[in-house]
Design a protein around this ligand. Structure first.
Ligand code: ATP
Ligand code: MN
Length: 430
């Protein structure tokens, strides 16, 4: 019977067939140990010269790393390790004998690995990170559907900026002139929720930012969520509940992956709502008292985010920032016209900012004035202003960076390992 390694525990004592690749092998005399992978997991397969005969056995021991093979054998529980299973090989078919594989178990530099990303993806750690990424995506969909949000797909080719307009990738768009790759689907989601109430999107977003950090990609996947009649405080609750849900699902489903990554899961087990809430004003005071030279009105740097979360067990919301350093669409704080009702969510363990969100300005005149203040042309945003003319309601939303979350949960150091084919300012290939 053809099976996937993932289900091997159900087949103890039976003969099965596994279609996969040779990950690793060693032999000692008349016995060879093959580590087999099939995409769903890894299993040790044992070949014995006595069972297979000289010819087949010598073919087995000359198999190269990453050769594609189909192996049949009997499944047995490991004599000592609980939950581990082995395959006693009865026959083997070589689909393709791989050429000498460039990625060996020895250490390679990051450039070499990135140049070989198409192959590096097969390594155990990379496999584990991509599996975690899938569980995070699935958990996000699940959370939203359980909470009455529907998925709305927003466009990638857009006529204008949503975030910092210096970070746009421009493309030629026929007779329409210049168009831009989306930095966020937010503005479109705001239109959609006036139809469907609560919505989220999930797609690639693009930032032509020259940030060379371990947290920035030029192409990354963002989940935006938006909800009508949801105000600032409730938005924070949605954000923390979603993060708790994602972490719980990963803890349930990714035990093997965390083991491979040697990720200590204790900090994840301690994640529960409510998260810490600090106003921007409080955060600046605290940072100054901790020795940072940050001034009121400045954006938080990486070190500041680290300082604020250093001794915390749960992520930290920093909310109500000065409007001067935030985008035009954020709602002015009714208690202080210099501030906006927004939040960043800063992860623990050096994760940095994982979510940025706000209540949106729902008053026509205020929003129009803000757009003009920012120097944007009013007519480009006419459709967006329309939303404030026809049944405007208080509403809030936020954007979560998928790779930032995967980086934190999987514990890998650099964001480039969290996306199958990273795009960085100095890397476009493969
Ligand atoms: P940062 O200050 O870290 O550059 P930002 O303030 O530019 O982030 P937002 O515009 O609020 O980020 O975007 C929402 C979310 O998208 C962020 O909280 C983060 O998780 C993610 N994000 C933003 N820029 C990037 C990037 N270049 N690479 C990966 N994820 C990103
Ligand atoms: Mn940025």
């Amino acid at each position: 019977m053809n099976i996937l390694i993932k289900h091997i525990a159900d087949y103890v004592g039976q003969r099965v067939t596994i279609k996969g690749w040779l990950y690793n092998s060693r032999s000692s005399g008349k016995i060879a140990f093959l580590e087999l992978r099939d995409g769903t997991g890894f299993v040790q397969a044992i070949a014995s010269q006595a069972d297979l005969g000289d010819d087949v056995f010598s073919r087995v021991t000359s198999l190269t790393q990453e050769s594609s093979i189909i192996v049949s054998g009997n499944v047995a529980a490991h004599p000592k390790k609980e939950g581990v299973f082995e395959l006693q090989i009865l026959s083997i078919e070589v689909v393709q004998l791989a050429q000498e594989y460039p990625i060996t178990p020895k250490e390679h530099g990051p450039d070499f690995l990135l140049n070989n990303r198409h192959l590096w993806l097969r390594s155990k750690r990379q496999w584990a990170v991509q599996r975690i990424r899938d569980v995070v995506i699935d958990a996000i969909y699940e959370y939203y559907h359980q909470n009455d949000f529907i998925k709305i797909d927003t466009p990638i080719i857009t006529p204008n900026a949503c975030e910092d307009s210096t970070e746009l990738f421009a493309i030629n768009y026929f007779d329409e002139g210049e168009a831009f790759l989306s930095q966020s689907g937010q503005l479109y989601l705001e239109a959609a929720i006036m139809s469907v109430g609560r919505a989220f999107d999930f797609g690639p977003t693009f930032r032509a930012e020259k940030s060379k950090t371990r947290r920035h990609l030029t192409e990354f996947w963002m989940m935006d969520a938006e909800a009508a009649y949801v105000e600032h405080e409730e938005s924070l609750q949605i954000q923390e509940n979603m993060i708790v849900h994602i972490v719980q699902r990963c803890l349930e489903k990714c035990r093997q992956e965390f083991q491979i990554l040697e990720r200590n899961t204790e900090p994840l087990e301690n994640i529960r709502a409510p998260f810490i809430r600090l106003t921007y004003t409080e955060a600046i005071k605290r940072l100054q008292s901790l020795g940072s030279d940050i001034q009121f009105g400045e954006d938080l740097g990486n070190d500041d985010e680290g300082l604020l979360t250093e001794n915390e067990q749960v992520p930290v919301f920093i909310h109500k920032w000065p409007k001067a350093i935030k985008p035009f669409y954020m709602k002015i704080d009714p208690e202080n016209p210099e501030l906006v009702l927004n939040n960043d969510l800063i992860g623990i363990e050096g994760a940095g900012e994982i979510i940025g969100g706000s209540q949106r300005e729902d008053d026509y005149e205020t929003l129009k004035a803000r757009i003009e203040e920012m120097g944007f042309k009013g007519e480009e945003y006419e459709w967006y202003l329309d939303l404030r003319k026809y049944g405007s309601v208080p509403h809030s939303g936020f954007g979560l960076g998928l790779e930032r979350v995967v980086r934190w949960i999987s514990g890998v150091e650099h964001i480039r390992e969290t996306i199958p084919f990273p795009r960085l300012i100095n890397r476009l290939k493969p």
